[in-house]
Write a protein that binds this ligand. Sequence first.
Ligand SMILES: Cc1cc2nc3c(=O)[nH]c(=O)nc-3n(C[C@H](O)[C@H](O)[C@H](O)COP(=O)(O)OP(=O)(O)OC[C@H]3O[C@@H](n4cnc5c(N)ncnc54)[C@H](O)[C@@H]3O)c2cc1C
Length: 437
Amino acid sequence: MRERLQDSVWYKTAPAAPETESLESDIDTEVCVIGAGYTGLSAGIHIAELGGDVVVVEAEEAGFGGSGRNSGHCTPTFHSFELEQFRRMIGEPFGSRMVQMQCDSANFLFELVRKYRIECDAIQSGYVEPAHSKKAFLAQEKKVAEYNALGKNTRLLNISETEELTGSPRYFGGWFHPEGGNLNPLAYCRGLVRTLMGLGGRIYTATPAVEITRVGSRWRVKTPKGQVMADKVICASGAYSAPSYWPGMEKTYVMLNIVGMATQPLPREMLERILPHKNTVLETRHDPASFRLDRDGRLVTSMMLEGRRGGDEGYTKELLTARFRWLLPQLTELRWEHYWHGRLDMQPRLFPRLFGLAPGVAAVNGYSGRGVATGTMMGKVLANWATGIPRDELAVPLEPLRNAPRLMKAAMRIMLPYLRFVDQRAAKRDGLNPPLY
Ligand SMILES: Cc1cc2nc3c(=O)[nH]c(=O)nc-3n(C[C@H](O)[C@H](O)[C@H](O)COP(=O)(O)OP(=O)(O)OC[C@H]3O[C@@H](n4cnc5c(N)ncnc54)[C@H](O)[C@@H]3O)c2cc1C
């Protein structure tokens, strides 16, 4: 499968990357970060803000992983779990801390963007979660109660408000969260690089970490033409951790392929009716359509790859054309001009895990498709760890390395068509007949 970053719409619309070089010598630092996505760069920035010395090594270019090719939704929510359910699953005190962290993550990201004036078309216009069935709409009442109990100002949308915000007459109402938003993901990532460099952090691109070894109480991160000696190492290579530079790292998550797509810039008359306030949208379905507009009015979406869907470009474009024409009937002109692939790192609880690999070495993965705001926030958690905050005071528990369940990928493959059937049946029961997706 082609995984060229250049295929993504963001490669066309993001400002150029800051100039960087590859590592060709032996250097020393306090903290070495592996991977220049949101997690690694945010960790680097927050370490540098505290006066720490930090070096980031990146195998390709900053944003080469999910951070340069995602859809740019910043969503401070849990899609598949109620907050109470999630707290119970994790246990206290970490359950409540993680809920708070995730719920504050979009504000945290937009504050960072404002503080460092990162040019990335960031817009905190709100998140809309439209309900695909009456039952899904009823369940959203609990979301309002749970999130508002944390001081948020979310609300239910009736059918016409949902249509006004999304442009779609196909929903039974929805949930609105004003703290969500969207941005140009590659521009954001490159802006984080500039910020890191401005704070004195060093970054080396085209510099893969090939091995981490202990040297006394310190660590050596070996790269093809040099090495970084560090007191601490943060492994932030996400879904792109194979080939592995730490034994077993690639088994700690399940990798899923995902396809991103963007249309031509839509004509003005369509933009007046589709997402007129540039909200960010993710449906309540288990296999949801997500959509947003970019700066130039392109409709951007992504979906999990499954058989011909995502693998066969022509077929996938037809499928999405039918889906979006149904969702947004005013989309009379629709050309998918950008089509690219990426990977997701999945964890069963659909939330990242923090692994302590050895004293002084930590890794994180498992964003499960929610890494823009969450990755930025996790970078801060890692910076806290690296600068000596005790593990029982971190927002996320530091766990020993553990493999993701072996059958998780197969289970997801089996469950997805079933859940799609359930969603389809619910929509039909409520009088709708959406094209298969
Ligand atoms: C198509 C798509 C759409 C998505 N949409 C959304 C969305 O709308 N909202 C959302 O919140 N999330 C979304 N996601 C998920 C999100 O992009 C990721 O969760 C997030 O970018 C992960 O960030 P990260 O920093 O952990 O990892 P990454 O951004 O993947 O960065 C890891 C980096 O590590 C580097 N690396 C790997 N191995 C090495 C090595 N040995 N040495 C040095 N460097 C190495 C890689 O080259 C890469 O640059 C989407 C993902 C995809 C693919």
